[in-house]
Design a protein. Structure first.
Length: 73
């Protein structure tokens, strides 16, 4: 399971991207992190949730990702 703080970050980023670029905007799990790897444990947590748990493609629609994160809050 992914921790609550990361889920909330995912929801925030998805909302921001949709507001900026519209409901068709896609993103990868890297969108939730800075360009440098300053939190490898959290990055792996997000990657596991994205790839192993949900078997998502590299890029997915932000609205889909937000919904998945909200379902487990």
């Amino acid at each position: 399971m992914m921790n609550t703080a990361l889920k909330q970050k995912i929801i925030e980023v998805c909302d921001k991207k949709v507001a900026q670029k519209g409901s068709d905007v896609g993103l990868s799990f890297y969108a939730f992190f800075a360009n440098k790897n300053d939190d490898p444990a959290r990055l792996m947590e997000a990657a596991t949730w994205w790839i192993s748990t949900h078997q998502l493609d590299h890029f997915e629609k932000a609205i889909k990702i937000k919904k998945l994160a909200e379902e487990t809050l």
